[in-house]
Write a protein that binds this ligand. Structure first.
Ligand SMILES: Nc1ncnc2c1ncn2[C@@H]1O[C@H](COP(=O)(O)OP(=O)(O)OP(=O)(O)O)[C@@H](O)[C@H]1O
Length: 599
């Protein structure tokens, strides 16, 4: 990364922040005015010395206030006004910058989150959730920190250099030239530092993301870590990530710490020039004693903000490294586009796959030339060996990925042209790994229809055979389920997820191995529920236990991403192919032949 890319990031940020332009200009004006008022007292000190020393010949006398006492009073009033002005603009710039920082950080995070929600599943597979959280939290906060104080400091350093320079030029152009010789060196140093610091900060942000990724992954998998007694190994891996972060920061600290002493020495040259040359000129009478005072005081005023420049640029660099990450996230292209067209009500639920092919970019495997029609209201079972592509078909139906070839049609309408929300509202999904949200059982059942009445929720829970256990809980529907539903059993979670899908009452219901991870009782319960709920809707179920699908209207055997066999149970048995072989294995008629096993 070069310095130009930090300015590019700033440019992108300013384009993003177009809507805040008025507030940015107002805040900038307040910062400028505050600084001008802030350096004015030094000039007043010079004028005061001039009044005391020169009295009737002073600068103030030339303005019409001849008497020395009167001049002091005038200076008193001016001092009051200047201090009041400085305080007022300090108050205003603080309010404006800090509120801007709050607004912008909140909007950026919200925009980034909303954009990320629209991205396809492939994106989420390429980024860990910890990395995404670190961008939406840490990086956004980094920018907030810069806007809180850094932007103002940067503007004020610039104003100081220009304003002090102007005063020097008026009072003594010769001293001005000498006093300002270090400025180009400082500015060059600042840019050099910025060029060096940029890549280092990009690395720091990268390491923070990795660290956050590891943390969230490990905390999510804490049960696995414990059961494999891998605590020491995981602690070591975390320590390595943490050390990498420390190391990246160490580089940044080394660079930024060197900068301040270098700038100080450069400024010393300017200060000494003013001090000595100004003193000599005052002694020989070519410089007014008040002007000498102003120059000496003002070089001091120049010193502090410039030494602070390193920290400000440091903050700027960190903020721009973060900005780049946030804006890259915000501009990640959405692969799966929303078609926008609505479905004609009532939705019948006919699903048709036509010449559909798709392969995961990372593994190159997927499904090929899928031709399949699921009549409205019928039940289709997808069976096949593990990894054969059953879930992939379901994910494509939910439009989690963009197919390479062919298309899927719902009620004869291409999914690519459909409104994504409508499509997904019409499909209910119960998958093998149930995800429940932190909150109550009620929140989770009503997730797809928050406006549903209590009666409707209870009815859905009854059909899913979940009501019995909910009723027994002391807090009933209001029982908290814990993060990801950890306070419930696997079977209970599965039943809740079925109730949640049923309350949505979708014309198409997908059951992705909904009974694979549950006990016999739950499986029997779900089977009973299924018979009730299959009525009047299209059901696509993925199953390993063939006994659960013998009544399906159609059974499709998927093998290595292709449809190998299709028909009813009896037809497939008669065909004596993959399905029949698997059936014999599962019913115990023969021992499994390894290459033909589904599950
Ligand atoms: N996100 C992914 N990225 C890369 N490859 C994937 C991804 N998801 C699945 N695959 C691969 O695609 C193939 C089909 O996976 P899919 O999940 O559709 O299988 P399945 O038939 O549902 O298997 P199972 O019965 O075990 O659930 C597998 O070989 C799998 O490794």
């Amino acid at each position: 990364m070069s310095s130009s890319s930090s300015f590019q990031a700033l440019g992108r940020l300013l384009r993003y922040a177009r809507g805040y332009r008025g507030r940015i200009i107002a805040a900038t004006c307040c910062s400028i005015l505050n600084k001008l008022f802030d350096i004015a007292p030094e000039i007043l000190i010079g004028i005061a010395i001039d009044v005391v020393v020169n009295q009737e010949q002073s600068f103030v006398a030339k303005l019409g206030f001849v008497e020395a006492r009167e001049q002091i009073l005038v200076l008193g009033v001016l001092t009051f006004l200047i201090w009041a002005g400085e305080s007022l603009f300090e108050y205003l710039y603080q309010i404006l910058w800090r509120n801007l920082a709050q607004r912008l950080q909140s909007d950026l995070r919200q925009d980034a989150y909303e954009h990320v929600q629209r991205l396809d599943m492939g994106f989420f597979e390429s980024k860990s959730s910890g990395q995404l959280v670190s961008i939406m939290n840490d990086d956004v906060n980094q920018l907030e920190r810069f806007l809180d104080g850094g932007a103002n400091s940067l503007i004020q350093v610039f104003v100081t250099v220009v304003a002090v320079g102007a005063v020097f030029m008026v009072l003594s152009p010769q001293i001005a030239l000498l006093a300002f010789t270090p400025i180009p060196i400082i500015i060059w140093g600042a840019f050099y530092f910025q060029r060096k610091a940029g890549p280092v900060y990009a690395e720091v942000r990268e390491k923070v993301g990795e660290l956050a990724g590891r943390l969230s992954n490990n905390l999510g998998g804490i049960a696995t870590i414990k059961s494999f007694t891998a605590e020491a190994r995981e602690a070591e891996r975390l320590r390595q990530s943490s050390e990498a972060y420390v190391e990246a920061n160490r580089k940044a600290i080394r660079i930024s710490s060197a900068f301040i002493p270098i700038i100080r020495m450069a400024i010393l040259v300017g200060f000494l020039a003013t001090f000595i040359l100004g003193g000599l000129k005052t002694l020989d009478g070519s410089l007014n004693v008040g002007a000498y005072g102003v120059l000496v005081f003002l070089t001091q005023r120049l010193l502090w903000p410039l030494t602070g420049l390193a920290q400000v640029i440091d903050l700027f660099e960190r903020a721009m490294a973060s900005t780049r990450r946030i804006l890259d996230l915000l501009t990640t292209p959405v692969q799966v586009q929303d078609g926008g067209e609505g479905l004609t009500a009532p939705v019948k639920g006919e699903v048709r796959f036509e010449g559909l092919s798709f392969h995961y970019p990372s593994s190159g495997v997927g499904v090929n030339d899928i031709e399949l029609t699921v009549a409205a209201g019928s039940t289709l079972a997808l069976v096949g060996a593990t990894g054969s592509g059953k879930s992939t078909l379901v994910k494509l139906l939910l439009r989690f990925y963009q197919p390479e070839q062919g298309d899927i049609y719902l009620d004869g309408k291409s999914l690519a042209r459909l409104d994504m929300q409508q499509l997904r509202q019409n499909i209910g999904l119960v998958s093998q790994d149930v995800f429940l949200f932190e909150g109550s059982i009620r929140d989770n059942i009503a997730y797809g229809r928050p406006e549903a009445s209590e009666e409707e929720m209870v009815a859905a829970a009854r059909v899913a055979e979940a009501w019995e256990f909910i009723e027994r809980l002391p807090q009933g529907l209001d029982t908290p389920v814990g993060e990801r539903g950890v306070r419930l059993s696997g079977g209970q979670r599965q039943r809740l997820s079925l109730a949640r899908a049923l309350l949505k009452d979708p014309p198409v219901l997908i059951l992705d191995e909904a009974t694979s991870a549950v006990d016999n009782e739950t499986e029997a319960a779900i089977q009973r529920s299924l018979r009730k709920i299959a009525h009047g809707r299209t059901v696509i179920m993925i199953a390993h236990r063939l006994s659960t699908i013998v009544h399906a209207d159609s059974i499709v055997v998927v093998d290595q991403g292709r449809i190998a066999e299709q028909g009813r149970h009896a037809e497939l048995l008669a065909r004596n192919g993959l399905y029949a072989a698997q059936w014999r294995v599962q019913t115990g008629e023969i021992a499994p032949a390894p290459e033909r096993v589904f599950a």
